[in-house]
Design a protein around this ligand. Structure first.
Ligand code: ZN
Length: 451
């Protein structure tokens, strides 16, 4: 169990001073993998090295036997506020992030009202300051109301602090409008994040199209629904020179298209979710509504090719697509149930247990895909432990044995297909701005024991 401290980011704006001793420091951005200390002063990384001297007032963390990483960044979550506070809020969503080892999240625009103008961005950032416990980076809508008809206030959104643009949840079908959005995005250096799904191919479907959907009698969406839009968006990226990022990439075809785009030097990047890496369409045989997501869980072949893409860098990063829903929205008939699952508190343990432990992907690659890679895509200050960077740290225990217990989630929602899974490896401490925000029981600051 990870306990989260009631420590809103705004209150902790004054950075903390801390020394993390004797951990295996893994900082892929700087090619570091060695046992040493990390010194954070006033909320910023000051120095890495063996046996560092620390100020007398420093919080001391004994990380012997643990892995000390830059703070993990999830560039695709739905905090649901404003408008859907019964599913999640900035307060609960950021606590869920902290408990899962994430020090920063980027939150999608499909709130109510939609984050398509500065007043909503201001609202989200104000909430993050007063109630959030990790860094929150808003993503602005591409089109007003996510309707796909008129562009949002893109310049205003960038000024207000949005780090990317996306109509995630919906695909912008008007290619002419999308092209203009890409052109407008250029001066802000913020990517356009594509929800690549052609609704004319996917309408009315609840899972992947294939043998399993035929057996189960559930209408399936073909991989082509994703592939055709990824292809279109790559072509528009080439036309405009814009940075286009493919959200939750899930098909072998999309991997091939993105790989080709990168080889030709286009600014096309992509992310994959943990569930598309560790589950396939076979999971739907349970008829558990928590196996229903968009894009759907794909075939074994798709999952294998996507994993190859993650390992070779075709896919730049891992993002959870944390999509909280109330119990009532995930019960009953499979085809009536809402799409999506929560992911912040299961992502890191699942990835460590199912991908790193069997040796499918190296720990250093995994950490890069959760730190320096998303930071690079969104132009964020975190993702590295270089001197001067934010004092955000995630500490892992690769031997920690866990059972996924949804009723203990810090998230307001419980919709996960991973309840009851036994996994080995997980986060034990989350540090933001030099302050301990979350820690596993029995693993706290050494100089706070008995306080
Ligand atoms: Zn999403």
């Amino acid at each position: 169990m990870i306990a989260v401290r009631d420590f809103a980011l705004g209150l902790g704006a004054r950075g903390g001073t801390m020394i993390i001793r004797n951990g295996r420091v893994l900082d892929p951005a700087n090619g570091i993998d060695a046992v040493q200390d990390v010194l954070i002063v006033d909320g910023r990384v000051k120095q890495l090295g063996p046996a560092l001297a620390a100020p007398a007032d420093a919080t001391v963390i004994d990380a012997a036997g643990k892995v000390v990483c830059p703070g993990f960044i999830d560039m695709h979550v739905h905090l649901r506020e404003p408008g859907f506070e019964y599913k999640e809020t900035v307060a609960t969503g950021t606590r869920s992030a902290a408990a899962g080892g994430f020090t920063a999240v980027a939150t999608m625009a499909n709130t109510h009202p939609v984050n398509d103008n500065r007043s909503i961005t201001d609202y989200i950032l104000a909430k993050a300051q007063t109630e959030g416990v990790v860094r929150v980076y808003p993503i602005g809508a591409v089109t007003r109301g996510l309707k796909g008809e008129v562009l949002s206030e893109m310049a205003e959104l960038a000024e207000a602090g949005c780090v990317a643009y996306s109509d995630d949840g919906k695909c912008v079908m008007d290619a002419g409008l999308y092209r203009r959005a890409m052109e407008y995005s250029l001066p802000f250096g913020a990517p356009i994040i594509s929800h690549a799904e052609d609704p004319t191919l996917a309408h009315g479907t609840s899972m992947n199209e294939g043998v399993v959907s035929t057996e189960l009698g559930i209408p399936g969406a073909p991989a082509a629904a994703e592939d055709v839009m990824v292809a279109r968006d790559v072509i528009l990226a080439e036309t405009t020179g814009a940075h286009v990022h493919i959200a939750h990439l899930s098909t072998a075809g999309a991997v091939r298209i993105v790989r080709d785009a990168k080889a030709r030097g286009l600014k096309v990047t992509a992310e994959v979710t943990p569930h598309h890496l560790v589950l396939t369409e076979d999971a739907v045989r349970s008829f558990d509504p928590n196996t229903k997501m968009n894009p759907p869980l794909r075939s074994k072949h798709d999952a294998e090719v996507v994993l190859e893409g993650l390992a070779d860098g075709t896919i730049d990063c891992i993002a959870t697509d944390h999509a909280p829903h109330a119990m009532s929205e995930k019960e009953g008939e499979f085809d009536q149930s809402a799409f999506g699952i929560v992911g912040l508190e299961t992502a890191v343990p699942l990835l460590l247990d199912r991908l790193v432990r069997p040796g499918t992907i190296g720990l250093s690659t995994l950490v890069a895909r959760l730190t320096s890679d998303p930071a690079r895509l969104l132009g964020l200050p975190g993702g590295s432990l270089a001197a001067g960077r934010p004092g955000d740290v995630t500490i892992l225990d690769l031997g920690r044995e866990l059972t996924v217990e949804p009723h203990r989630f810090h998230s307001r929602s419980r919709n996960t297909p991973f309840g009851g899974w036994d996994v080995v490896g997980g986060p034990v401490m989350t540090i933001v701005n030099g302050h301990v925000i979350a820690s596993a029981s029995g693993f706290g600051p050494a100089n706070e024991v008995g306080r």
